[in-house]
Design a protein around this ligand. Structure first.
Ligand SMILES: [Zn+2]
Length: 337
């Protein structure tokens, strides 16, 4: 799925970068001391979920309270992190490294990311509020997010009942035009609200990546906003299309051409074309616990009890437009604002 971008992580790969060793040696001990604070944030206790198992893609089973992390290098100084929930990303500049989204897996994702880079990992940036992107924010010194995301971040999904996730971590609200300065690497912020009302995308011109959260999904997009608002979102990031080739999304790494397809599809609907009525789809089945066996979830995939009630439901107003190589599901009453 990730083509040539997907490569196995080489241990201490960052040390191979020109100049990194010299920079590392030059770092004052005072800063080295600050790095060690990554492990001092209170651990989130998953032990009440020890009897629930998580099945990984290779079929192995891991108790839900046992940390599980895997990293894949997707570009120089850029890692995709698999734990549980949607993917996170680690973005390394010359001065510091930033984590994008914190997943909902057990364990200290900040400590894990710090094991991948010699640059200090202090902060987290959230693409949107959903729990599979914000559960572990409290491990970081500061969380950057939109004002809308701040209202709902780190509110647990039902399958996490019984675990306490701190919500009192320091937050800095950001929006359009904000720039993260990581040292010879800048991430520019764009507000693109649809999947979630506070969604942000982060443009990394150095590695030509747009970190797009859950806003652009190759399997199709369901609009929570008007078609006109969605077109406006796509147009906003299309205006910078010459500056990125890759989407690093919550669901995986994709070619940025998907963004072009959704823009073309939205414009087709706005031009007066109408999609097909939406047929109801079965909701995901409850997890198997046959004959008293353990409840087992699939790693990274949505859990049945956590899926919003409206998923799979339809009504007389919903249409799916298949055009330009992608699907947009929308409400005929919400074409224009
Ligand atoms: Zn989401």
């Amino acid at each position: 799925m990730y083509g040539h971008l997907r490569r196995t992580l080489a241990p201490f790969r960052g040390l191979a970068h020109p100049g990194v060793v010299a920079l590392f040696l030059a770092v004052p001990a005072l800063i080295l001391g600050a790095w060690s604070t990554a492990g001092e944030k209170p651990a989130i206790d998953f032990s009440s979920k020890h009897d629930i198992l998580i099945r990984s893609e290779d079929g192995t089973l891991t108790p839900m309270d046992v940390p599980y992390f895997r990293a894949t290098v997707v570009a120089p100084g850029t890692w995709q992190i698999l734990s549980d929930g949607d993917y996170s990303y680690l973005v390394e500049g010359d001065d510091e490294a930033l984590v994008i989204d914190s997943g909902y897996g057990a364990g200290n994702i900040r400590e894990y990311c710090q094991s991948l880079t010699k640059k200090p990992v202090r902060n987290i940036a959230n693409t949107h509020d959903h729990f599979d992107h914000t559960a572990n924010n409290s491990y970081f010194e500061r969380a950057y997010m939109s004002a809308e995301t701040k209202k709902k971040a780190t509110l647990p999904f039902p399958s996490f009942e019984g675990i306490t996730f701190p919500r009192d971590y320091p937050i800095e609200v950001i929006g359009d035009g904000y720039r993260f300065q990581l040292g010879n690497r800048e991430l520019e912020v764009f507000e693109i609200p649809n999947h979630a009302s506070g969604s942000l995308a982060f443009l990394d011109k150095r590695e030509r990546i747009l970190f797009s959260g859950d806003e652009i999904m190759p399997m199709g997009v369901r609009l929570n906003c008007s078609v006109a608002q969605f077109e406006k979102n796509m147009r906003k990031i299309a205006a910078r299309r010459s500056e990125y080739d890759t989407l690093c999304a919550g669901f995986g790494v994709f070619a940025a051409s998907y963004m072009d397809k959704f823009l073309a599809n939205a414009r087709y609907i706005l031009a007066g074309q109408e999609g097909e009525p939406v047929k109801p789809r079965p909701r995901p089945a409850a997890p198997a616990a046959a004959e008293g066996g353990p409840v087992t979830y699939s790693r990274r995939m949505p859990r049945p009890g956590d899926v919003p009630r409206n998923v799979g439901q339809t009504n007389e107003y919903l249409r799916t437009m298949t055009h330009a190589g992608c699907d947009i599901t929308y409400d005929v009453r919400r074409i224009k604002d």
